[in-house]
Design a protein around this ligand. Sequence first.
Ligand SMILES: [Zn+2]
Length: 504
Amino acid sequence: KIPVASLDEGNCDNDYAEYLFDIIPSLKSNRNVNYYNPAFIPLPEKKRSSFPVKINNALICIGGEDPANLLLKSAVALAKNNVHVLAVASSKEKIFEAEKNIPDDLKKYISISSPIENLKEELFKYDLVVTHFGFTAFEAAGAGCAVILLGTTPLHIRLSVANGFKCLAPKKINQKNFKSLLIQPENLLIKNKVESSENLASFTKKLSLGSHFECPVCKTGEGFRNKVIARNKNRTYRKCSNCGMIYMSWTLSEFQTEYNHAYFFEDYKKQYGKTYLDDFNSIKSVCLRRISIIDFFYRLTNRISKNIPSVLDIGCAMGPFLSAANDSGWQVFGADISQSAVEYVQQTLNFPASCVSFPDADFVSEFGIEKFDAVTMWYVIEHFKNLDSVLKKVSEIVKDGGIFAFSTPSASGVSGKYSSDDFYEKSPADHYTIWETKCAKKILRKYGFKVVKVVSTGIHPERFPLAKKMKWSSKSLPMKVLADLCKVLKLGDTFEVYCKKIKS
Ligand SMILES: [Zn+2]
């Protein structure tokens, strides 16, 4: 049950690993790894002082059997461009054969050598290194040499190009093609920087300090069996095969937001261009819609009740929902872990509020109330690592026939569906669960809730691949149709769930 990180694991069936990490570029182009960084190849200590402005000498090092005789072919092509070449042959026979075949007029340019010991630290002596895609290519780039690769297969050519190298197919090895590459050596400086501030040791240490999580609903301890949904440098997400919840199963560094004064003022303003209080009325208007839905479903079941219904908003922040619910005739209670938010609710809005963390809070001692008619969480539920205890506690404190309502980002929205990698990459580091509209029902059922309404919000038709491609304006007819479709098909990037506590 110990999380596994796997380095340059070639196997495709590797969902068991929490972290996949490639240094050696993979030959399987569709591999989904958390991190790929060839810069972790240990680079030479001896480096050129500057990148060559003209190629005067070259090292050719292609190793192996070389059945197509690429070594001599490229040595000759370079020599014809007046480049002095040291060609490394793999055996005595190869040296003998190559030396025999050097044209007389090029003999002053070409030397054949046996394999060079500690080649890595010799590379800096050359303006140009010609090799296959592999370690030597990255080492040569790291030594500050110009690099040309010989692509023996279409895959090698693709990999070379993808990593920023110039590459010649065997059939293209001739004087003319080398000339066109040599004419501007700066083009042979590889684009992807091989220098890195991180090294393998420091990165591995960082990796060892990462955190692993099981499905927060089922907590099976068998998380490694769950399908991996997304991998990125910092995190891995899985989908629980038991309950269907998508959850963060690995994170490089745990993230703690401090919900202090700055969160609602300076930091909020940095992110949204205004403070939380500037936004209060627009958030409140959304909350008026939410409480009207809650009110509707509450009264459907509790027609005869003449009492003023009570609602507890968990993560109430500075109270826009409390204010909306109060205006709608509900008795409101707030809970938040931010002291400054709670003080604002108590002193400025004059509503009862308590600075407690959920689910540990005891609302009998806080408010003298054991069960509420409704409990709400607006963009809060995804922040809990211990969702099972949270939902158990919510179930305990909602009256039978009462309402539990929450909003959260949706994995089944346009962004989650069509730009999945980007969606998970951008998912905040403190979102431990990512809900899908279709799985919510089954999960909530487990805690005694029946979903009565799902509202798709965060409607962004412009995020549809088709809309991006067609560049439709936001007011155009197809965009309006797409927006309607988003709502009907529940493809919004966020959603609200309203559920009723089943009478036990
Ligand atoms: Zn689960």
